[in-house]
Write a protein that binds this ligand. Structure first.
Ligand code: ATP
Ligand code: MG
Length: 324
């Protein structure tokens, strides 16, 4: 497959000056992105995750040409984004969930009209795209509302439409579902899935909501301290993180922690309810049978490894082994 996004040992180092006393300043370097290499093929939808400060937004800013890498080689559609930012702007869309690109005081439709001109979108295409986006993102009622009056979920949908009016080949989404309620999240996800399937738009999606990834991306890249620590199928993350399942046990009354055969162990007790963690690779049956036989039981349930916990564990005990 053709590589659409290519990073080869890309680095970004920030110089930060910190005041350490009266007239004294310390200079420090922050290596936000460190020898980062990956490729994304045209039409792929890839999740890009990692803890706070990992370097996700910095990567996206370099991909869009807002920031210039300190080292390495970066190409999008064969173009160096920081050198030819305007040329690339016509081919990409970007949504920063934390910040709107819409004009705050203007009705939504006015922002779109401005973009129509800014991007020199041919009239027919603009109208066709606008109609389609308004329909799919359910924006009809909102077009005449000033952006400042929109709810967060409405504004986000408005922002996504703005990023797509000019038919970009690639869409970067930096936390597009942040702060959205379940209904809005579902709507945004459905739309992205369709966009990727029908238009083969390449999508790079940064999020802290792992359900976004579970529902949209077959491939996920994990970044930590500016380095790629995992690149592969979402399912493989469980193994890479050595996930654990949890057995939630409701007892008839409050009791001391259940004595479970290792490696199963009680990780939490709250009144008559106890939580036991055990390796995801082991069947639960033996453990369940033992507890049923030895404890006064009301109810129990098994929780699958929470991908969030898997990743947290992965960040915690990461070695470089996870990079294939
Ligand atoms: N303009 C800047 N000047 C100095 N340091 C910066 C700048 N931008 C980012 N950083 C630092 O670079 C590192 C990576 O930041 P980045 O915003 O890329 O993280 P992130 O993965 O997007 O985190 P989050 O999940 O919190 O959004 C952090 O240590 C951050 O403090
Ligand atoms: Mg960020």
């Amino acid at each position: 497959m053709e590589a659409f996004i290519e990073l080869e040992r890309v680095e970004k180092v920030f110089e930060v000056r910190r005041r350490t006393g009266f007239l004294r300043r310390e200079r420090r370097q922050v290596r936000a992105v460190d020898a980062l290499s990956f490729t994304v093929a045209r039409g792929e939808m890839v999740g890009y995750i990692g803890p706070n400060g990992a370097g996700k937004s910095t990567t996206i800013k370099m991909l869009t040409g807002i920031l210039t890498p300190s080292g390495g080689r970066l190409r999008v559609a064969g173009i160096d984004p920081s050198r030819e930012r305007t040329r690339l702007a016509h081919r990409m869309g970007v949504v920063f969930g934390q910040r709107t690109t819409l004009w705050w005081d203007l009705p939504l439709i006015d922002s779109y009209k401005l973009m129509h001109r800014m991007y020199r979108i041919p009239d027919a295409r603009y109208r066709e795209n606008l109609d389609r986006l308004v329909e799919h993102l359910d924006l009809g009622e909102l077009l005449d509302v000033p952006v400042r009056q929109l709810s967060l979920g409405q504004r986000m949908r408005g922002d996504i439409a703005a990023a797509l009016l000019h038919d970009p080949e690639v869409l970067y989404l930096d936390e597009p579902t942040i702060g959205l309620d379940v209904v809005s999240k579902t709507r945004v996800r459905d739309f992205l899935r369709e966009l990727n399937a029908e238009r083969a738009t390449t999508v790079l999606l940064t999020t802290h909501d792992l359900q976004d990834i579970e529902q949209l991306c077959s491939r996920v890249m994990v970044i930590d301290h500016g380095r790629l620590v995992y690149d592969g199928a979402l399912a493989g993350l469980h193994e890479a993180g050595e996930g654990e399942r949890t057995l939630v046990v409701d007892l008839e009354r409050e009791l001391p922690p259940i004595e479970a055969p290792a490696p199963a162990r009680v990780v939490r007790v709250e009144g008559p309810r106890q939580w036991l963690a055990f390796p995801a690779s082991e069947p639960a049956a033996g453990l369940v049978a033992r507890i049923v036989a030895e404890y006064p039981l009301v109810d129990l349930s098994v929780r699958e490894p929470d991908i969030e916990a898997v990743i947290a564990k992965m960040y915690a005990d990461r070695t470089d082994r996870a990079v294939p």
